[in-house]
Design a protein around this ligand. Structure first.
Ligand code: DLL
Length: 433
């Protein structure tokens, strides 16, 4: 169902008129209130009045994660603290967290976008949402929570962790929508099986999964094991949190970007040039309605492409393809660019292994090495060494064939790779240590 039929099905021309007006307002506001933006705009000699068309967005400078760090914690806020009602932060693997703020109106906007997203994923006011995204500084838990309430659904604020108890609650409370990271969804399935609960006996119809990259093959695996429609939801704290883009349950083919609130661009990460339509590159977002923490041309480091063709669901917003990785997650193994998700696709295509894996990158004698650790299924685990070696060889051969890199494959015991309640850690790069 389309939550906001008026905005989600706007003809392109009307949408662009709204975007331009909102962009002009945002640019004017950040120029007046955030010293960082004023300085950056002055440096390139662009003033708010120069933004006459949507194309003029390209004249504005990019904003990077480093810029946010340099202005830690509140330097990028565009309103006085008096008007800020909520603070979130993204943990980040290195350095200080990124701090983001919301006014009361921003919280309302976010709730509306999340209501749209849950609705696109198949939720209605009659649903019970088991929300296993973490509550706290992470935007996942509270983002879904407010969206669920705005939609009028019932929300179970279970948060992450205590997985056995979650399974019990799923059995007793009868939730119909599951929200968590895709890796945690698989972990829930695993623990359910351990305690003798079959997802086929639960009432779930959709799962709305995001916060980390996952492949089409992983989707198939989740749908099979959890017996539901697995929907991809995308977002990042800097832009608003979850609810920047979402797939529709009708097509499951690309994520509709809520373009009446965010303007997407795809750039070449090396040159900063805007890429031609449909080509893959780094996603860049400009927020056009946020008050407390507006971002201008924020470089996400996420790799995707845009599809502007019409969708069967009736939404007119452009779709981004499933994120294939991050520019800074891209592994360069002896000169070959490899995304963890590509290896995931190869692994998921093999019946003998489970969807739990970790990639270890190291350097030996000045040469990069890639070790793929992947769990074997319970069935194959008892097999003799010879059989296991054959599977390892087969995986290594497929990785070489599809991706052009040599990898050492190590099959490990079922359940030996750490499970996460939130984002899974797929890559351990020992080269940087
Ligand atoms: O992960 C917000 C979120 C919460 C999205 C719940 C979806 C569901 P951050 O912690 O700031 O915010 O991390 C943002 O996570 O730049 C991507 O690299 C990655 N990411 C988020 N959603 C997806 C997705 C939340 N669907 C970073 N596919 C982003 C791939 C994703 N990567």
């Amino acid at each position: 169902m389309i939550f906001n039929i008026e905005f989600e099905t706007l003809p392109r021309e009307a949408l662009e008129a709204i975007q331009l007006r909102r962009l002009q307002e945002t640019v004017e506001r950040v120029y007046a209130t955030v010293p960082f933006y004023r300085r950056k705009f002055d440096e390139v000699g662009v003033s708010p009045g120069d933004i006459q068309t949507l194309q003029d967005l390209r004249r504005l400078p990019f904003t990077t994660k480093q810029d946010l760090r340099d202005n830690y914690p509140y330097g990028m806020f565009a309103v006085p603290m008096d008007n800020v009602v909520r603070i979130h932060a993204s943990s980040g693997t290195t350095g200080k967290p990124t701090v983001v703020g919301y006014t009361a109106r921003d919280i309302q906007t976010w709730a509306e976008l999340m209501a749209r997203a849950l609705s696109a994923g198949g939720a209605t006011r009659g649903d019970i949402i088991h929300n296993a995204y973490g509550y706290g500084l992470f935007t996942g838990g509270l983002g879904v929570h407010y969206g669920a309430e705005r939609l009028g659904a019932s929300v179970i604020p279970i948060s992450g962790g205590n997985t056995k108890r979650q399974v019990l609650i799923m059995k007793d409370f009868g939730p119909t929508i599951l929200t968590c990271t895709p890796s945690y969804a698989l972990h829930l399935a695993e623990v359910a099986a351990e305690v003798g609960v079959d997802f086929k006996d639960l009432r779930f119809k959709s799962g709305i999964f995001g916060a980390e990259p996952w492949s089409e093959e992983m989707r198939a695996e989740i749908e099979r094991k959890l017996n539901l429609d697995a929907i991809d939801i995308y977002g990042l704290s800097e832009v608003i949190g979850p609810g920047v883009a979402v797939e529709c349950v009708e097509a499951k083919k690309g994520l509709h970007i809520f373009e009446d609130h965010f303007i997407p661009e795809i750039i070449n990460p090396a040159t900063g040039e805007v890429m031609p339509n449909g080509e893959q590159g780094e996603l860049v977002f400009t927020s056009i309605t946020k008050e407390a923490f507006p971002v201008i041309r924020y470089r996400t480091r996420d790799v995707a492409s845009l599809d502007r063709s019409p969708c069967i669901c009736g939404r007119t917003f452009a779709r981004m393809r499933k994120v294939s990785g991050r520019t800074d997650d891209m592994l360069i193994i002896r000169g070959v660019n490899v995304f963890p998700s590509q290896i995931e696709s190869v692994l998921m295509d093999m019946e003998e292994v489970e969807p739990h894996y970790q990639l270890i990158v190291d350097r030996e004698d000045n040469l990069d090495t890639l070790t793929v650790m992947v769990e074997v299924g319970e069935g194959s685990f008892s097999d003799e060494i010879r059989v296991l070696q054959r599977i390892e060889k087969k995986i290594a051969k497929n990785i070489k064939e599809y991706l052009g890199v040599s990898a050492k494959v190590k099959l490990v015991e079922p359940k030996s790779i750490a499970r996460s309640e939130g984002k899974a850690q797929r890559v351990i790069d020992k080269r940087r240590i």
